[in-house]
Design a protein around this ligand. Structure first.
Ligand SMILES: Nc1ncnc2c1ncn2[C@@H]1O[C@H](COP(=O)(O)OP(=O)(O)OP(=O)(O)O)[C@@H](O)[C@H]1O
Ligand SMILES: [Mg+2]
Length: 1294
């Protein structure tokens, strides 16, 4: 490649890529305008799009480490720390808080459609990876894993915690699927979250590279039930760096827990555990580093204490842990002295207190402890005969450190296992999501056995990655005979070099360990060199006698072999073993007592030929298991990169980033993605999904897929776009799939309209039918009642006549007797009437914009004698009477398990008072409650039920008066509802403040705000008065909508249908129009919930239509669906703004008005004014139904919105809340701008062929094709598409 002067390029200077301009180029060298001269191979073309900071770098125009870094830096500078490379997420550590991890973000990701990740609507995020794995797990019914890698301080552990946070937030609680976001975490979820502080305290330490560096690897498996509920967790740990316990390097520290303990525990604990200042302990004092900036370790200590509790550790266990930790610190203070270095040593006198402390804390015998530090028991090799040798000073120090390390390592392994066991699911989980947070590739100034293990682990994981990304891809292409090959670097040989059974580097090491005392580090090196001096990945270090190098996939690393054997054996000598076993404290013993694990490393050291369980061997096995587990899951990869070594925000260290990129496998992934195909789909699945786009397909499988693609204008022969395999179709880019999906969605939307139209019509028809039947039944009933009443009157008249006759007869026989009889009869009649008057008082609560008005009338009274007629209809403020047995909680409260202070009492509810008696004789009053406006009655939350007694009635509620609650219980749910309803009604009455409503020629209503409304009624008919009051109040208050929230009645039925269906009376009300009411009506005492829809369509222009509809199941479905949609977030809200139903249903609809509830006062006022103006304008008297129909037809031709049913649809769109109104009428569906009320777009219906009422199945036609569709869950279907549909209409309106 030759670069032209003036061209923008990237040049590599000091291992970092920077932007430059070509000054001149010749002879393989480029000189930039800045004067730098570099070789052409250190230059590459400039990417124009990298400066935009693409979300997915697959789309970069120029692919090179330089453009990738440029793109990453652009994003980093804008605090965008996450970037995709295809399905891999790159995360750059910002070293500062970024507010993208809150609950709101979790909610956004959890609620979004999975396509939103693919089409770029959702920005790259660790939550997106978690979401993807969770949803894929449920979709594919397969376990997943998230593999997080990167070097120390790159952000792996933080990323792991975010994945756990997301999963615990979205997991379906209690097996209920769906978003219980924000719900409290279950105990096991809490344990999962709370395991982190414990693991970090014991396994993390401050290092120069990371203040919270994990010094072990972990695989955290979250276990799920089949519906996605978290049921448990399992933690597997890898290779804790135990040397850190005894010798943290300069500026580093040992494990956090030592520092937390010394700083955080109370004086009492300090005394108990013999803790002291950190400077007084040799191990913590060694590095001279005690604090971490900006970390409050006292607070952290408390957090760990809490975490212990949350993870179900017992107090005894925590005590044992603290004893061991303190004992380790004291052990470090053991000092030895000897006359000469090579002489046997003794414990110094000045460390006696420490030795004593260790013995006390661990329950060791002091002398055994001293012996195991200064002597070693040796076996002669003969039959069990042993002798002791005294250790030199250096050896004793090593023995001390070995004991300390061993104690810590056993403690750590025990804690991990304990936490893991405590949270492990009881039943085998259906699936799991494993999160791997493991040490990244490591190159230190001196690399020893630990680095070999770590780098070997990375080599294995890289192999797994290559296998997943490349090899499986290639296999698939071969299988499908696509004839595509992708070049990639396989690290198989390097892995084999290390792990090959018997002969690999680790095998040779094992062999030396096996030799016991005869094995040596130098022999190990010699044998390795001999075996591999020609190996591609092995480098012989000619100048050194102790080193060799391996050419790892990331970088070559030189290893120092001195100490390899000892580190690998990790032997604990018999003296230490028996010391550890000697403790009598059970908790300590259960932690440090080591079960034999088959091999015996010490045996190797003692020269016996037996299989030795070495560190490398165990590590190799656990890695093998890990890789098999990962291979059985669908993996998701997160690569963490460290922006700078300085642990500071705002620095993007190009050279450092370039180095890390090199071993992240990112470049290779891009290459394979570009060479390969992003989407593959089985032919049959493909045809099944997309056949809908082309109508009928003639062939099957491949032929069908080809036909669909061709008809969708995709050239099947263009391998840059699509490839046809044996069983699958391969699409190069995801965008092609998205294009097909979009077309499919549009098609479905147009179909759903048709469904909608038919469904609506059918729904209305059914309602109307029901209504008609109801009306008929009621009319018949009334006729029957009338007849009975007339009969009764006739009989009464006859009786009166007879009485008169008697009177006359008696006058001649005996007057006194006759008078007596007559009086008795009259008294009976009056008594009956009085009973009726009090029983029949009917009250109605009218809620007008939250003001409650009480109306009532006594229809029964009107039917009787003149004496009471002038009072009728009157207002009865008589309270609702409820009485019955309830159990009452005693005033002294109760103690759990003893409920003898709950007592059965007979309760009587009066107007605003509840009195309770010993029994139903009402003689012995035990107490009462006076209700007040601030009182309330409420359910007792389910969660509290466990505190409630059994056997006193299982239906609980409570009455709250002035902050005091009294708990009550009854035997039946209906009874409970009756009481709760009665009491809340009484409270409502108190709130209403209505004083009286008097009727006669004029009547007045005293409103809660002390205003008085008056109106005149010409009739004394109670129903007319009721209606008149309602209407007057509504109109005077300037309200078009009001809702009758609750009708309440004594045993006689209050029937709204009757009230409102008397059209002639309604017509008297004047030129006013009301619209819809939602009514919840109580028909009678025993029928407590009978919600209705009440439509009042009234004006003089058209005849009044007052209607009453069953509020039935379909409505409920519809409402539920609306709520569902609102929840999903596509639509903010959908409100049924106005329904219409009249005698001829959708064929007839009087002039429509848009009306709304809500807070947009400006619009509401305008509309209200409109309606009043219209009403005033109307002079016409009455019109027949036919005239109205004619009017409707004419008007609907003039105005497409005529006769619409309106839905308010408010959507989140382009950052602003956009509100639309959706009108549906017999011509189609219309979108109206909410502000201007102008029509945005109309969409006419397509024809419908046939509708089968019985089966809910119907047939409709679109674009010449017939479809059958089932109409189950119609409401849901319609509304599901409603929002998408509106969006679609708006998007496509041009
Ligand atoms: N997403 C992030 N936002 C802000 N700061 C972060 C983020 N990720 C990491 N950090 C910072 O970087 C530090 C190191 O991160 P972390 O401990 O996760 O690294 P690591 O990769 O686990 O390193 P090690 O291998 O040493 O354990 C954190 O303590 C935190 O200060
Ligand atoms: Mg970490």
């Amino acid at each position: 490649m030759s670069y032209l002067p003036g061209a923008k390029i990237y040049v590599k200077l000091n291992n970092a890529w920077s932007q430059a301009e070509v000054g001149s180029a010749s002879g393989g060298k480029v000189t930039t305008t800045n004067g730098d001269t570099v070789s052409e191979k250190d230059c590459c073309s400039y990417s124009a799009v990298a400066a935009q900071g693409l979300d997915d770098m697959i789309n970069l125009d120029v692919l090179h480490a330089a453009s990738i870094l440029h793109n990453l830096q652009t994003r980093f500078d804008a605090d965008k720390i996450y970037t995709y490379v295809g399905s891999i997420l790159l995360s750059v550590n910002p070293f500062k808080p970024i507010s993208i991890f809150g609950d709101d973000q979790i909610e956004t990701y959890a609620k979004a459609d999975v396509m939103a990740i693919k089409d770029g609507t959702l920005k790259p995020h660790i939550f997106a990876v978690a979401k993807d794995s969770f949803e894929q797990m449920l979709r594919d019914q397969k376990s997943q894993s998230v593999i997080i890698s990167g070097e120390s301080g790159a952000g792996k552990t933080e990323a792991t915690k975010y994945v756990l946070k997301y999963l615990t937030a979205v997991s379906s609680k209690g097996g209920r699927k769906g978003a219980q976001l924000g719900a409290e975490l279950s105990p096991v979820e809490k344990m999962i979250i709370q395991s982190s502080p414990i693991l970090e305290a014991f396994g993390n330490a401050k290092t120069v590279r990371n203040n919270n560096s994990s010094r072990f690897g972990k695989y955290f498996e979250i276990q799920f039930s089949s519906v996605g509920e978290i049921t448990g967790g399992v933690i597997t740990d890898y290779l804790l760096e135990k040397s850190r316990v005894v010798c943290p390097a300069e500026n580093e520290r040992g494990y956090h827990i030592f520092y937390l303990l010394c700083k955080g525990c109370s004086p009492e604990e300090k005394a108990k555990y013999k803790l002291d200042s950190l400077t007084n302990f040799y191990y913590t004092n060694l590095s001279g580093c005690f604090d971490i900036e900006n970390v409050d370790e006292v607070e952290e200590y408390n957090a760990v204490q809490q975490a212990f509790k949350d993870c179900k550790m017992t107090n005894m266990e925590v005590d044992a842990i603290k004893r061991i930790l303190s004992a380790i610190l004291h052990l470090g203070n053991a000092k030895f002295e000897s006359p000469e270095d090579d002489d046997p040593c003794n414990l110094s006198a000045d460390c006696a207190a420490s030795i004593k402390a260790v013995s006390n804390l661990m329950d060791f015998s002091e002398s055994q402890l001293s012996h195991s530090l200064t002597q070693r028991t040796m076996s002669t090799g003969g039959r069990g005969s042993v002798y002791k040798i005294k250790l030199k000073k250096k050896e004793a120090e090593a023995a001390r450190d070995a004991l300390a390390k061993h104690m810590y390592l056993t403690l750590f392994s025990w804690i991990v296992k304990k936490v893991s066991d405590n949270m492990k699911a009881e039943k085998p989980p259906a699936f799991s999501i494993g999160v791997l947070d493991i040490f990244g590739f490591e190159v230190m100034p001196v690399n020893s056995f630990e680095q070999l293990c770590i780098n070997f682990a990375n080599e294995k994981l890289h192999q797994q990655f290559i296998h997943y990304v490349f090899a499986l891809e290639m296999e698939e292409y071969d299988k499908e005979k696509l004839g595509i090959t992708i070049e990639y670097e396989d690290n198989k040989d390097c892995v084999e070099l290390i792990e090959k059974k018997g002969t690999g580097i680790l095998g040779i090491l094992q062999e030396q360990c096996q030799l016991g005392a005869r094995g040596s580090d130098s022999e190990f090196l010699n044998n390795t060199i001999q075996a591999y001096n020609k190996h591609k990945y092995f480098i012989v270090e000619k100048r050194s006698r102790t080193e060799f190098s391996i050419s790892h996939y990331a970088n070559p690393v030189k290893y120092e072999t001195e100490g390899f054997l000892e580190k690998n054996r990790d032997a604990v000598n018999d003296d230490i073993r028996s010391l550890m076993d000697s403790t009598k404290m059970p908790e300590i013993k259960s932690i440090i007592h080591k079960k034999e694990d088959g091999g015996d490393a010490a045996a190797g050291a003692r020269g016996r030929r037996k299989k030795v369980a070495t560190v490398a061997n165990k590590f190799k096995e656990s890695l093998q298991t890990l890789v098999s587990v990962i291979n059985s899951t669908t993996p998701h990869y997160v690569r963490c990169l460290k922006s700078t070594e300085k642990k500071m925000p705002g620095i993007f260290d190009g050279a450092n980033m370039n180095r890390q990129l090199g071993y992240s496998g990112v470049l290779e992934t891009i290459k394979v993605r570009l060479a390969g195909y992003a989407v593959r789909m089985d032919y049959t699945d493909f045809a099944k999904r997309f056949a809908i786009l082309v109508g009928k397909v003639s062939g099957e499988g491949k032929a069908a897929a080809s036909e669909i693609l061709s008809k969708s204008n995709i050239d099947v022969s263009d391998t840059k776009v699509v490839a046809m395999g044996i069983t699958k179709v391969f699409l190069k880019r995801e965008a092609i799939l998205l294009q097909l999906e979009k077309a499919r969605e549009q098609f479905l939307l147009s179909s759903v309209l048709v469904i909608q139209r038919y469904w609506r019509r059918e729904f209305a028809r059914r309602k109307f039918q029901k209504l008609k039947e109801e009306a008929k039944r009621k009319a018949e009933e009334e006729a029957r009642k009338r007849e009975e009443e007339e009969k009764r009157k006739r009989e009464e008249a006859e009786a009166a006549k007879r009485l008169q006759q008697y009177d006359q007869e008696e006058q001649s026989t005996g007057e006194d007797e006759g008078r007596e009889r007559s009086t008795t009869q009259q008294n009976d009649a009056l008594k009956k009437l009085n009973t009726n008057r009090s029983d029949g008082a009917q009250c109605t609560f009218l809620n007008i914009k939250d003001r409650v008005m009480v109306l009532g009338y006594t229809p029964m009274a009107t039917n009787h004698r003149n004496k009471v007629d002038n009072e009728s209809p009157g207002i009865s403020m008589e309270p609702v009477m409820i009485k019955g047995w309830l159990a009452k909680e005693g005033s002294k409260g109760f103690t759990t398990g003893r409920f003898n202070n709950w007592q059965k009492r007979f309760f009587v509810m009066k107007k605003d008072r509840i009195v309770y008696y010993k029994d139903d004789s009402l003689k012995d009053k035990k107490g009462d409650f006076q209700l007040e406006t601030s009182s309330s009655v409420s359910e007792i939350p389910e969660s509290y039920h466990k505190n409630l007694p059994t056997g006193v009635g299982n239906h609980f509620f409570q009455v709250n008066i002035r902050g005091r609650s009294t708990k009550l219980a009854c035997d039946h749910e209906t009874e409970k509802e009756k009481w709760m309803d009665g009491i809340s009604t009484a409270i409502l009455q108190l709130k209403s403040g209505i004083e009286k409503v008097k009727t006669g020629a004029d009547f007045s209503v005293h409103m809660p705000d002390r205003s008085v409304l008056t109106a005149s009624v010409k009739t004394s008919n109670a129903k007319d008065v009721f209606l008149k009051v309602a209407t007057t109040v509504a109109i005077q208050k300037g309200i078009q909508f009001f809702s009758l929230v609750k009708a309440y009645t004594t045993p006689d039925r209050l029937d709204f249908y009757n009230v409102f269906s008397e059209r002639d009376n309604v017509a008297d009300l004047g030129p006013y129009r009301l619209a819809f009411y939602r009514v919840i009506c109580l028909k009678g005492r025993d029928d407590l919930s009978d919600p209705k829809l009440l439509a009042v369509e009234y004006s003089q222009t058209v005849r009044a239509n007052l209607m009453f509809f069953e509020y039935d199941e379909n409505d409920a479905i519809e409402l539920a669906a609306l709520q569902l949609k609102v929840k999903e977030g596509t639509i903010n809200s959908v409100t049924h703004t106005r329904g219409f139903l009249s005698e001829n249903l959708h064929e007839y609809m009087p002039d429509s008005q848009l009306m709304r509830y809500g807070d947009n006062a400006e619009v509401t006022n305008k509309w209200e004014a409109d309606i009043l103006n219209r009403a005033a304008e109307i002079e016409d008297t009455k019109k027949s139904i036919n005239e109205c129909m004619e009017e409707y037809i004419t008007k609907s031709q003039e105005n497409p919105l005529y006769g619409c049913t309106f839905f308010e649809v408010s959507m989140i769109r382009e950052e602003t809340d956009y509100a639309y109104i959706l009108g549906v009428n017999s011509t189609g569906l219309h979108v109206i701008d909410r502000k201007t009320r102008s029509l945005v777009v109309s969409f006419p219906y397509v024809s419908i062929m046939r509708w089968s009422r019985s089966s809910k199945k119907f047939n409709f036609t679109t674009q010449g094709e017939n479809h059958w569709t089932m109409l189950t869950k119609q409401g849901e279907e319609i509304n599901k598409f409603m929002g998408i549909y509106v969006r679609f209409l708006l998007d496509n309106k041009d």
